[in-house]
Design a protein around this ligand. Structure first.
Ligand code: HEC
Ligand code: HEC
Length: 215
């Protein structure tokens, strides 16, 4: 009786091809299989650059590893967002895999290369390039890369995000609604910054995202 295993085998093959059929582009522009997984482009923009005025972040060119971690964090509640939490819960694992690889492959904005030797001319640049070591605040570029372009799967880009969004995230770490950072690196940093410093450093990285950046 080798009939059953064969049927099971073909069912599994069908299941696998259904999973592989998930199309990241389609999820981005039309949404996932469940109605609550609404189309991403409506908020994150057709080009994945986000909507600065509304505080919707850029997703284009971010690593798939970082993006899928954030979706998992929205699901678990370690990152609170009334908008993204139900949406992330409505996506299947394979849909998350598909849409995050599509996003990672979308072109990132061009940002100028700022070396760490650049002399900061204002407080935002000072924090970004030098930190405030007297208060145990490392320079942002140490982890987020030169010019805040992002490094690997763990450290997201800051350049090319709006000041609005960056301020929102730093405040979320301060008030604990975002506590998804395993070693609490960002929690410590955000709590050590003053509101003026948060504004200044967010403006610095947001300006780098536009072509006319100053050092
Ligand atoms: C109704 C608007 C809306 C829709 C639709 C939407 N998002 Fe979002 N998304 C947001 C907002 C707002 C945030 C910022 C949440 C916060 O404040 O932490 C966000 C944040 C994110 C982040 C975190 C980015 C980062 O830099 O950490 C990811 C990843 C993400 N969205 C993926 C998606 C995907 C994938 C879809 C489609 C399946 C989608 N979003 C649809 C509004 C939306
Ligand atoms: C020691 C390493 C480290 C340093 C230094 C650092 N960060 Fe981060 N930062 C991280 C990590 C790791 C994450 C991603 C956490 C996660 O998984 O959500 C992050 C995420 C962020 C985010 C969220 C980005 C997004 O897309 O949602 C912002 C904003 C941010 N950092 C700002 C800063 C600023 C401003 C500084 C300098 C004052 C700084 N960081 C310094 C490690 C660091």
């Amino acid at each position: 009786m080798d009939f059953k295993p064969t049927v099971l085998g073909s069912l599994m093959l069908i299941a696998v091809s259904v999973v592989n059929a998930d199309d990241g582009q389609k999820i981005y522009t039309q949404g996932g299989a469940l109605p609550a997984a609404t189309a991403c482009f409506a908020c994150h923009g057709a080009d994945g650059m986000g909507m600065p005025a509304a505080g919707f972040p850029r997703l284009a060119g971010l690593s798939a590893g970082y993006l899928s971690k954030q979706l998992a964090d929205f699901r678990s509640g370690s990152r609170v967002s009334p908008v993204m939490q139900p949406l992330a819960k409505a996506l299947s694992e394979s849909e998350i895999q598909a849409v995050t690889s599509t996003l990672a492959a979308m072109p990132a904005p061009t940002t100028p290369h700022v070396t760490r030797n650049t002399t900061p001319t204002e407080p935002g640049a000072g924090l970004a390039l030098r930190g405030a070591w007297d208060r145990q605040i490392p320079e942002c570029v140490m982890c987020h890369g030169p010019g805040g372009v992002g490094v690997g799967t763990a450290f997201p880009p800051l350049a090319g995000q709006s000041a609005n969004y960056l301020v929102g995230q730093l405040n979320a770490w301060r008030d604990g609604t975002r506590h998804n950072d395993p070693n609490d690196l960002m929690g410590h940093i955000a709590k050590s910054l003053t509101p003026d410093e948060i504004k200044a450093v967010a403006d610095y990285f947001a300006t780098l995202g536009s072509q006319e950046a100053k050092p």
